[in-house]
Ligand binder design. Structure first.
Ligand code: PGA
Length: 228
């Protein structure tokens, strides 16, 4: 758990193209104006809606930003006749990370363990790093998964959070004997509480949603995390 800390911004179904451009432009100016910050201990990831992956990829390259891309979902099928789906091999052109099993997918789209396991399988076959989202320590986790996001449903988008201490305890119980399993926390993480989650080395990172939408507040989280 002494490796890099992950800060994975989940934009959900937010932003239009012009917002995406403004976000990266603002992030770039904040990043370039702070020449003292060291990001060596952080892995920074943004998960935009699928449709903005190419533009986000272009902007990251243009500004030379220390940001990797992730996606919020993945097809359980390979490329082919699956109308409306985006497959792992298509995602792999742009993104390294994929969220699987977010509670909003489970509750709004009826995603089952069986479906989610098929999604993980597709991600694995195409070399994508799965971030498998669970609501508690009872949720089934596919064996190949190496990174889990613990996200209590009551904390998502509500402004209420687990304490770092409790989140760490749940992380320990999810990890069990699998000492190398990385566990991050999500649910109303912001620049004020991020330090609580990242100190003490029980958590490997955070998954902010709302607080990642503004480049300024996302940057503040990074600055605070870099000081830990
Ligand atoms: P939130 O979302 O930070 O807005 O609570 C977190 C998530 O759902 O991943």
């Amino acid at each position: 758990m002494n490796g890099k800390k992950y800060i994975i911004g989940n934009w959900k179904s937010n932003k239009i193209l012009s917002d995406v451009r403004s976000w990266f432009t603002k992030f770039n100016s904040l990043y370039k104006s702070d020449n003292k910050i060291s990001l060596d201990n952080l892995e920074i990831v943004i998960c935009p809606p699928f449709i903005y992956l190419p533009e986000a990829d272009n902007l990251i390259k243009k500004f030379n930003l220390p940001i990797s891309l992730g996606v919020q979902d993945i097809s359980p099928f390979p490329q082919g006749a699956y109308t409306g789906e985006v497959g792992a091999s298509q995602i792999a052109d742009f993104a390294k990370f994929v969220l699987v099993g977010h509670s909003e997918r489970r509750s709004n789209f009826g995603e089952t363990d069986k479906l989610l396991f098929a999604k993980v399988d597709q991600a694995d076959k195409n070399g994508l790093q799965v971030v498998y989202c669970v609501a508690d320590n009872q949720t089934l986790i596919p064996q190949s998964v190496t990174m889990v996001a613990y996200e209590p449903v009551w904390a998502i988008g509500t402004g209420k959070t687990e304490s770092g201490e409790n989140a760490g305890k749940v992380a320990d119980s999810i990890r069990g004997n699998l000492k190398t399993l990385k566990i991050i926390y999500g649910g109303s993480v912001n620049s004020k509480n991020i330090t609580d989650f990242l100190t003490g080395n029980r958590l490997d990172g955070v998954l902010p949603g709302g607080a990642s939408l503004d480049a300024g507040s996302f940057w503040e989280m990074i600055v605070n995390a870099s000081r830990i």
